[in-house]
Design a protein around this ligand. Structure first.
Ligand SMILES: Nc1nc2c(ncn2[C@@H]2O[C@H](COP(=O)(O)OP(=O)(O)OP(=O)(O)O)[C@@H](O)[C@H]2O)c(=O)[nH]1
Ligand SMILES: [Mg+2]
Length: 326
């Protein structure tokens, strides 16, 4: 009986072939099992894949080689955002415009060969923005997926002066075949319960030389409800909006701590996930001290100045909080 394997299956198989680590191979085989058609014709294949999976899971963890993983970018700042896009779409130009990082902007493809992190300062919040080598339909550098798996937010960069549908297809194939997008339906997690998917949005660049209707075409080509931010690094159009979007899309708030009777420290805000409480702030400041938290006073949104608040009070962006310990 023919197996009648689907395009989703072949995508997952390609992922498996390209995987460079055991963890990535396990994820790919799990995906192959998940998406393969379930009928008599695939029974053998299913058994083979299960065997392969248990072998992979039993394999002893490889000794860490002395070589460093160039695709591992240590986090810094309030959140890590990694750029994704096809060659020449304008990724490095974005990092060059928003940060002081030394990136290579060039009018030939594959000018960037390794991740380059830079820091964007949105008002008083430092956000890490990572330039990346491009991806194509046929080539993704081994290990590159790891950078996307580790980040907080993926910024899909689409060049509005080129074929938008083709770029979307390449980026979405890459992300979807590796379970790299948050999907409310499946909510894939790894064995530690970590959500595998990431949030993503679109930076639509080269608006100064965009093809007519490129943005509309792009929105039509995306099946997912992304947020789209239109920019041009050449004219500077939309760059302020982009910095604001990076902060908003990270889903974080910044708050200022104030010692009782003193002025708040307005230079270095604490950044916390949106929805965090007074107790979360206390824990971020000092885990053990947090247990002694009695109450807080707050200046900010939805409260009167200096209002008393309990541990479970939900904080808002730019709140000033005075913590009182017993
Ligand atoms: N007109 C115009 N040109 C741009 C814009 N952004 C980038 N470019 C040009 O596009 C070319 C490619 O820009 P890069 O930023 O190097 O592109 P990249 O995506 O990093 O390219 P790879 O590293 O090869 O993946 C350069 O010649 C840039 O000057 C823009 O907003 N408008
Ligand atoms: Mg580049």
């Amino acid at each position: 009986m023919p197996a009648n394997l689907t395009p989703e299956y072949f995508k997952a198989e390609k992922w498996y072939r390209e995987a460079t680590t055991n963890e990535e191979k396990i994820l790919a085989v799990e995906q192959m099992l998940r998406v393969m058609p379930k009928h008599k014709g695939t029974d053998h294949l299913k058994a083979d894949l299960r065997r392969k999976l248990s072998k992979l899971k039993e394999a002893p963890a490889k000794k860490k080689s002395k070589q460093t993983d160039i695709f591992y970018v240590p986090r810094s700042g309030a959140g890590q955002i990694v750029l994704l896009g096809t060659p020449n779409c304008g990724k490095s130009s974005i990092v060059a415009a928003l940060t002081n990082a030394k990136v290579n902007v060039a009018d030939f493809p594959f000018a960037t060969g390794a991740p380059v992190p830079g820091m964007v300062t949105f008002e008083d919040v430092p956000i890490q923005l990572v330039d990346m080598p491009p991806i194509t339909a046929d080539y993704i550098a081994p290990g590159q997926v790891g950078t996307y798996r580790n980040c907080d937010l993926i910024a899909i960069v689409i060049d509005l002066s080129a074929d938008v549908a083709e770029q979307v297809q390449i980026c979405m194939d890459f992300l979807e075949s590796r379970n790299l997008l948050i999907d409310g339906k499946t909510g894939e997690t790894d064995e530690h319960g970590n959500v595998l998917g990431k949030r993503a949005f679109c930076i639509c660049t080269k608006s100064d030389i965009a093809k007519p209707d490129a943005l509309q075409k792009l929105k039509k080509s995306c099946r997912r409800p992304f947020e789209f931010v239109e920019i041009s690094t050449t004219s500077g159009a939309g760059m302020d909006k982009l910095a604001t979007a990076l902060f908003n899309l990270l889903g974080i708030i910044r708050v200022y701590a104030k010692p009782p009777g003193k002025k708040p420290d307005m230079d270095e805000p604490f950044t916390l996930p949106a929805g965090s409480t007074v107790m979360d702030l206390a824990t971020a400041i000092h885990r053990e001290l947090a247990e002694k938290l009695k109450f807080a006073r707050i200046w900010g949104t939805g409260v009167y100045d200096g209002q008393n608040a309990q541990r479970n009070h939900v904080l808002n962006d730019k709140d000033i909080i005075e913590l009182h310990f017993s």
